[in-house]
Structure formats: structure tokens, C-alpha cells
Design a protein around this ligand. Structure first.
Ligand code: ATP
Length: 149
């Protein structure tokens, strides 16, 4: 930012601190839709759904998978308390694909609504992980432009 004002971002799960860093903008999967947070954002507390958390800084972007949770914004601090979270680079796509396949197979013979809801949740998480991994794969690596002359 031109005025040097940034957000301080922390993404925390029960396993610990998944991400910590500065950001110019955070885009989160709010329960009511995508939420863009810029510096000086008004204080906010919201639930998050399963999806992608984008952390933009200095023209670069880090994307994380979040499996739902809460986000609190206050004093240029963004704290995400996620049920599950992984940086895009840490996502095991084969595992997510297998989790999706297994859950879909089980869904076909699920005996109760409770089982079905749990399996649908697993499918949603697996698809969310696959989408975040795909975003990461298609992201062009940032590189220095060769200097002219
Ligand atoms: P799965 O059905 O694949 O196991 P899940 O959402 O039920 O997925 P858990 O088994 O509870 O997840 O996962 C235990 C830990 O492993 C969690 O902390 C989660 O962040 C991580 N995890 C789950 N799936 C993946 C994946 N595909 N890649 C990387 N980490 C994962």
C-alpha cells in the first residue's frame, strides 16, 4: 500500500499456527459470500464456510484451504480460526481425490440423514481442497523481468 498500511494475518487451527504474515488484502469465504478485507476495515466477526482464503501482498498471493470456522477483523488484524486449514502447497491432491471418491461411494448407500450430511461435508471439503490445489497449479510463478539494455 502506498501509505504502508497493511493487515496482519494469522490462520490458526487446533493443530497450531498455519499461516502468519502481512497482507494488502484478504479475501475470505464468508458464510454470506466472499468477503474482501482491506486495511482500515471496520471491526468484524463472521463465520466462514468451506473454501479458499486468499492473502494478497506486494502483488503476490498465497491461497489456503479453510474447512470453515470464524474470522475476526479488528485494528488491521485478521484472525482466522479454522476448523481445518492447509496452505495450497501442502494439499495432497491424491488424498483429497481419494477422500472424495470414498465419500461419494459411501453416500450411495448411506443409511441415515446424519450419515449423508457427514459424507456431504467430506465431499465439500475434498472438492474445496482440490479447487485450492488447482488454483495453485495454474498460478504462474512470479519472476523478475530481465532488465532492459
Ligand atoms: P480426509 O477425509 O481426507 O481424511 P478430512 O477433512 O476428514 O479429510 P481429517 O482426516 O480429519 O480430514 O484430517 C486430518 C488432518 O489432515 C487435518 O488437519 C487436515 O488439515 C489434514 N488434511 C486432510 N486432507 C488433506 C489433504 N488432502 N491434504 C493435506 N492435508 C489434509
Amino acid at each position: 500500500m502506498a501509505n504502508g498500511l497493511t493487515l496482519q494475518v494469522q490462520v490458526v487451527t487446533t493443530t497450531g499456527l498455519i499461516y502468519e504474515g502481512e497482507a494488502d488484502e484478504v479475501v475470505a469465504p464468508g458464510s454470506e459470500g466472499q468477503l474482501g478485507i482491506l486495511p482500515r476495515h471496520a471491526p468484524l466477526m463472521t463465520m466462514l464456510k468451506v473454501g479458499a482464503l486468499h492473502i494478497k501482498h506486494n502483488g503476490g498471493e498465497e491461497t489456503l484451504f479453510v474447512g470453515g470456522g470464524f474470522m475476526e477483523v479488528s485494528n488491521n488484524q485478521v484472525i482466522v480460526l479454522a476448523d481445518d486449514a492447509e496452505r495450497a502447497a501442502d494439499i495432497d491432491e491424491a488424498r483429497a481425490e481419494e477422500a472424495r471418491r470414498r465419500a461419494e461411494e459411501a453416500l450411495a448407500t448411506a443409511a441415515s440423514d446424519v450419515d449423508r450430511a457427514a459424507l456431504e461435508g467430506q465431499i465439500e471439503r475434498a472438492l474445496g481442497r482440490l479447487r485450492v490445489a488447482e488454483i495453485q497449479r495454474h498460478r504462474r510463478p512470479r519472476r523478475e523481468l530481465p532488465s532492459q539494455g
